[in-house]
Design a protein around this ligand. Structure first.
Ligand SMILES: C[S@@+](CC[C@H](N)C(=O)[O-])C[C@H]1O[C@@H](n2cnc3c(N)ncnc32)[C@H](O)[C@@H]1O
Length: 366
């Protein structure tokens, strides 16, 4: 574990190293997974992009092992012009760590609070019992910061493989660099709450993750895990096989398999199974439908979908860069064309695509 020096979001002077991008999936493997070639998308015409047709305006109308830090931490790798974390254990994050993507994570943080009806967590925490909290793969760091504000007497530790968290933080927050796939370095019975939010595609072994969480939880402490399905569904078949939304799910699923870090967390019921296997009790699950786009007639559901759309669209290239390049071997231009197709579908009120978000929480027995 390396204590982050509370670095600025985009440390100047990063030495970017070229990443040894993994070899793409063979054409046969792509065909077998039902993934269409780039030419399928580049051959189709797209309408001119309307610079005024952004999600912001629609939203506006809807709702008002501690080690010393080495410079290698800042030797980010570059894949197709986007930066990714430096050498950290066995980590291979598929998300960029540049300012643009951190901003997208910040928007997603606000979206998640909205989805959870204004709450940072759903576990029944008793304020007086919360002294030490761990936020694994904190990303933008905003969850840790907001939690620290809400629980000023608690010490909050946020970890990540990238030092992308802000410098200006409450005094009770600390960011550390740590690979969550390595054995965790904290002693057993350390924390009152462990937050595992949005770890799709980064975890080697979900059972080991929850075993680690169980070990570091004090008796009576809570763990909470949030994640989503990757596949888009539709109640009326308007997300069609071969559509960009259908392909999105397939590429992430195949990408996760190639990395050995699944995206099918919801589909495989991993949060519940792994919590149970680790020994957590009083497990509760909340499933929430996210109707991505602008189609849902219910105002609250539509608001969730719009915010989520804005979060993903704010850096869609960042979300797809790694897998569309590393898994499919597409050029950035081809990936950009795909991005325009999926945005077109998200903006089409006649396509009723949604995915599932699951929040699961459980308690270590006293
Ligand atoms: C989707 S973001 C989640 C951010 C945050 N948990 C949230 O909910 O806002 C995933 C984060 O995992 C980090 N990450 C990737 N691999 C990791 C690893 N092996 N150990 C710790 N963090 C990792 C990435 O750098 C990224 O910040």
């Amino acid at each position: 574990m390396v204590t982050s020096p509370k670095s600025p979001k985009s440390p100047k002077g990063n030495e970017a190293a070229s990443a040894p991008a993994p070899a793409p999936l063979s054409t046969e493997a792509q065909n077998a997974a039902g993934i269409l070639p780039a030419s399928h998308w580049t051959a189709q015409s797209l309408p001119e992009e309307d610079p005024n047709n952004d999600t912001d305006s629609t939203i506006g109308s809807l709702a008002s092992t501690t080690a010393s830090l080495t410079s290698s931490i800042y030797k980010y790798r570059t894949i197709q012009g986007r930066t990714y974390h430096g050498e950290m254990g066995t980590a291979e994050s598929w998300e960029p760590n540049d300012a643009r993507h951190v901003e997208a994570m910040e928007i997603l943080h606000h979206t998640l609070i909205l989805v959870n009806d204004g709450k940072l967590f759903l576990a029944p925490l008793e304020k007086k019992k919360i002294h030490k909290v761990l936020d694994i793969a904190t990303g933008s760091g905003l969850w840790s910061i907001d939690f620290a504000d809400e629980f000023p007497a608690a010490e909050v530790i946020g970890t990540d493989v990238s030092p992308t968290q802000p410098t200006w933080v409450p005094p009770n927050v600390q960011f550390e660099l740590e690979d969550c796939n390595q054995e965790w370095t904290w002693p057993e019975n350390t924390f009152d709450f462990v937050n595992l939010r949005f770890l799709n595609g980064i975890v080697d072994d979900w059972y080991a993750l929850f075993r680690n969480a169980y070990r570091v939880c004090k008796p009576g402490a809570w763990v909470e895990s949030s994640g989503t399905s990757t596949k888009f569904l539709s109640p009326d078949g308007t997300v069609k096989e071969g559509s960009a939304m259908d392909q999105w799910g397939k590429v992430f699923q195949e990408g996760g398999k190639k990395l050995g870090r699944t995206f099918a967390v919801y589909e495989e019921d991993l949060q519940r199974k792994c919590m149970e296997a680790a020994g957590f009790v009083d497990i509760e699950i909340r499933d929430i439908e996210i109707p991505l786009g602008i189609w849902h007639p219910d105002k609250k559901a539509a608001e969730r979908g719009l915010w989520w759309k804005m979060a993903v669209e704010s850096d869609i290239e960042g979300y797809i860069n790694y897998f569309w390049h590393a898994v499919l071997g597409w050029t950035p231009e081809e990936a950009k064309v795909f991005a325009r197709h999926i945005k077109k579908e998200w903006n089409d009120p006649n396509i009723h695509g949604y995915f599932m978000m699951r929040v699961a929480w459980g308690r270590k027995p006293e």
